[in-house]
Design a protein around this ligand. Structure first.
Ligand code: LLP
Length: 866
């Protein structure tokens, strides 16, 4: 019978968690806390003090044995003193045993059994010290020797080395195991990770990372409630946070996903530790010793299945072997033949890609690949049956997550990111958990942050799935920057009153527009800011922005005429015309208005020389790459219609000279919604270098494209970083006037779209809220899969929420404003919905499709509503 006292929680603490006194205080606190909540007993499994196992390994290899032993003895005595313990009384016996190993008769021959005894000393000492310290602090802790409980088992084909120094442990407990273990008197027990009993009665060790596995085996044998792995990071992340600071904490995983992530890169949990818990149905948690209050990563069988990419990882040093054979087609035994040769050279194959004439396989980096000439020997051997090419070093980039097969359509931008690199091999596993790309190691530099952002943007990594993803590493490291509450929260009554007049309706808050304008005008390096009026040409907004000292950037003659009509006293010097494939008469009219004109192709000069003869204009360049929140807003690179390619600059300048056209400015706008705060400073540097060559340039315009944090997980744009980058680069090239021309940044967050709920409908399990306008009023979600927050303004404080798709009344399946949005369960006909951050590219892109009326527009200003 399982009594209350036999419910166990196993806690494992690694080297850094046991090497300081304050960490042991934490261990004591955590263990006591676990015991008090739920009447369980606690087993703590510890590693050796940090660095000790490395020293012991050197000793086991016979390297400076006396010196290293002396060092270890001193280190552990010192640690006892730090903990206020008497080293002789408490650790004397163990230190003597450690010393004796150095003079042991076996030391000369270093048999494996002796090596295991040496390696085991680290855990034996740390656990002895820890148990004594915890007892001295009043905790009821007993100590037990893991070797009395964990038995090494022999596996078929195991080398002698592995059967002593990298063992597996028995996980099926005999009938009396639980009772015997529970018979130990202390309520809490401390034992060692990494060590086990060999069948011959001697010591065996589990190999590197073995402490996690020990804890998992104890958990399985005891049928524990939980195994908690306490470490120095807050859990498993969606990517290595050192490489991708925006990596998200994975709050919940199933065993298979955790296994895949641990195996393909994450170092935080040893891959071998998952199977024991999975097979015994014991939940696992990864937690941060420094910050025990954080939720960590939970791994169990009942994790809800949320399809999507959970993590992305990379393995460097991968070797590809490409084997070409014309004789392979339908030839029986070809693969058997080549794989036999890999076996012969002791190489284990990881990924495989094959076509009719080629088989390409990958080899993970391993000791013998680096230290021996095994590859050469293998290649020579294979050359007997095929043409061999070794491609190295490569990097394998793996996307891990459930339901990979059904996600491929969401990965188009991810493919595009890879598209610029040479992908040697793609492999998708049939367990539907893993998609791996192999590229040259050099090409993988800087790729992961980009891919991670793309996965989130495309929806392939479902970071909004409640309970699955936690905060980002960056937010955990610096504390999540508090987002200021949106302006509309405080204007709710006013907005409801406007909605009562009629919906759909855009409402803009001028104070927010001014705030954003001032964020940019305060930048010392920037000589002039233009507002790209295409984002929102509402006259009151244009006047407010012009009053802040901004010029206005126009893309059409219509916009030019609009600004002169609505902004009194506007000087043509403050108007910039940046057309795209505009008709000739728009250029003529622009010159007549006296505004600055930007040209982006040679053909215009050649066809209409008289339009440009003797004029001064700016040249818009395509720097060869585009950026932005979606492929459709990237305005650089071969796929984009904008800008003169760099290869044609000389020809353009010749053509300009022929018609006496003077180029006084260089311009590049490479996309919209660019997260990388360093982008603009790079554009300035590039353009300034070109300007130096051209000679007539006075002004450099680095475009717009500043991002807006639409989604809850979007990082806030770091204006200070943007400024600092511009200040720095301007200091290097001070001779040019620096111009920027953002649109979205000034107006997006200032606008909301108010809609009325028409119907609430459930169909095949999907609940939909219908609104009186959809893609006709706001195109961004259907065109760019853009995210906008959607709120029920009538029921802002409701806490009972249900997921709804929010749809419009347009006869298109793409008429969806948001998928799976948590909205009040009580949402009903007549409620007012607020679609947030719609001040940019909202009303101006609205249309009358299905002959639905355009939305109304209101301006909120200090004086009230305009
Ligand atoms: N300058 C030029 C030459 C542009 O083409 C644009 C935007 C801007 C400046 C302003 O970019 P912003 O700072 O607003 O990102 N409808 C899309 C955006 C299209 C942007 C077109 N050009 C959207 O809703 O995301």
């Amino acid at each position: 019978m399982v009594t209350q006292a036999q419910r166990w929680v196993v806690l494992k603490f690694g080297g850094t968690s046991v090497s300081r006194r304050n960490r042991w205080d934490t261990i004591g606190r955590i263990a006591a806390g676990r015991m008090s909540d739920g009447d369980v007993r606690v087993l703590v499994v510890v590693s050796a003090l940090s660095g000790v196992t490395n020293e012991l390994l050197a000793i086991a290899n016979g390297d400076d044995v006396p010196g290293r032993l002396a060092g270890l003895i001193e280190r552990h005595r010192g640690f006892c003193v730090e903990l206020g313990l008497d080293p002789d009384a408490m650790l004397g016996e163990r230190l003597a045993a450690l010393e004796a190993l150095g003079t042991d008769a076996r030391a000369a021959g270093r048999p494996l059994a002796w090596q295991a005894d040496v390696l085991a000393q680290g855990e034996l000492m740390s656990s002895t010290i820890g148990a004594a310290y915890l007892r001295s602090q009043g905790h009821d802790f007993g100590w037990c020797d893991a070797r009395d409980w964990l038995d090494a088992i022999a596996l078929p084909n195991q080398s002698e080395w592995a059967s002593r120094l990298a063992v597996n442990c028995r996980r099926d407990a005999d009938a009396g195991f639980g009772t015997r273990f529970a018979a130990q008197p202390a309520r809490m027990l401390l034992s060692q990770g990494f060590i086990a009993r060999h069948a011959d009665g001697g010591t065996a060790v589990l190999g590197r990372g073995g402490s996690d596995t020990s804890a998992a085996c104890f958990g399985a044998l005891l049928g524990a409630e939980r195994v908690e792995i306490w470490t120095d990071v807050p859990g498993m992340f969606s990517a290595n946070p050192r490489e991708v600071p925006d990596a998200r904490l994975l709050a919940r995983l199933d065993y298979a996903e955790a296994q895949e992530i641990a195996t393909t890169g994450a170092k935080v949990l040893h891959p071998r530790s998952i199977a024991p818990c999975r097979d015994a149905g014991v939940p696992m948690a990864i937690l941060d010793t420094e910050r025990p209050e954080l939720p960590g990563t939970r791994i169990d069988a009942s994790a809800a299945t949320v399809p999507g990419v959970k993590a992305i990882s990379r393995r460097d040093g991968v070797v590809l072997v490409s084997m070409e054979s014309i004789g392979m087609w339908q030839q029986v035994g070809f693969l058997a033949d080549i794989f036999e040769r890999f076996r012969r050279h002791g190489l284990s194959v990881d990924l495989i890609g094959s076509s009719e004439t080629n088989v390409t396989i990958s080899l993970d980096p391993s000791e013998n690949l680096v230290t021996s000439n095994v590859l050469e020997a293998l290649a020579a051997d294979l050359a007997e049956v095929c043409r061999v090419k070794v491609i190295a070093p490569c990097t394998a980039i793996t996307l891990v997550g459930r339901g990979m097969r059904s996600l491929l359509h969401k990965l188009s931008d991810v493919w595009a990111t890879f598209g610029q690199e040479r992908v040697h091999l793609i492999s998708q596993s049939s367990n539907d958990l893993n998609l791996t790309f192999v590229v040259d190691e050099a090409d993988a530099e800087g790729l992961l942050p980009q891919l991670h952002a793309e996965l989130i943007r495309s929806g392939a990594m479902p970071v909004r799935a409640a309970g699955v993803f936690g905060p980002s590493w960056r937010d955990l490291a610096v504390g999540r920057p508090q987002r200021p509450a949106s302006w509309w929260v405080g204007r709710r009554d006013q907005l409801l009153a406007r909605a009562a007049v009629g919906t759909p309706r855009y409402v803009y808050d001028l104070a927010t527009v001014r705030d954003h304008a001032r964020m940019l005008t305060g930048t010392a390096a920037v000589d002039q800011c233009f507002f790209a009026i295409k984002a929102n040409p509402h006259p009151a907004i244009l006047r407010a922005i012009a009053a802040e000292g901004f010029g206005l950037e126009c893309v059409s003659l219509g916009e030019i005429e609009h600004v002169f009509a609505h902004v009194p006293g506007l000087s043509p010097r403050n108007v910039l015309f940046t057309p795209s494939f505009a008709p000739r008469r728009e250029y003529e009219a622009a010159f007549d208005h006296g505004v600055t004109v930007t040209i982006d192709n040679i053909e215009a000069l050649r066809r209409w020389p008289e339009v440009f003869r003797g004029r001064t204009a700016w040249l818009r360049l395509d720097l060869g790459h585009g950026e932005g929140h979606h492929a459709k807003v990237k305005t650089g690179g071969v796929a984009a219609k904008f800008g003169l390619p760099l290869a044609k600059v000389d020809a353009f300048l010749d053509a300009a000279r022929d018609i006496d056209l003077r180029i006084s400015g260089l311009h590049a706008h490479l996309g919209s919604g660019i997260d990388d705060a360093g982008h603009w400073h790079g554009v300035y540097a590039h353009l300034a270098g070109l300007a130096d060559m051209i000679g007539t340039v006075e002004t450099i315009d680095i475009g717009g494209g500043l991002p807006v944090p639409y989604a809850p997980e979007s990082p806030l744009f770091d204006v200070a970083l943007w400024r600092a980058g511009l200040d720095e680069i301007k200091a290097s090239y001070p001779r040019y006037r620096l111009v920027v021309e953002p649109g979205r940044y000034l107006v997006a967050e200032a606008g909301v779209l108010l809609l009325s709920v028409t119907q609430v409908v459930e169909k095949d399990g999907v609940r939909r809220v219908g609104a009186d306008a959809g893609m006709n009023a706001l195109m961004r979600p259907s065109v760019y899969d853009a995210y906008h927050g959607i709120h029920n303004l009538d029921r802002l404080d409701d806490t009972e929420l249900t997921e709804f798709d929010v749809v419009g009344p347009i006869c298109e399946s793409g008429d969806v404003l948001g998928h799976g949005r948590p909205l009040p369960a009580a949402t009903a006909e007549g409620d007012v919905l607020l679609v947030a951050d719609t001040g940019a590219y909202g009303m101006v892109m609205a249309n009358t499709y299905n002959l639905r009326a355009l939305p109304a527009e209101d301006i909120l200003d200090e004086g009230g509503i305009e």
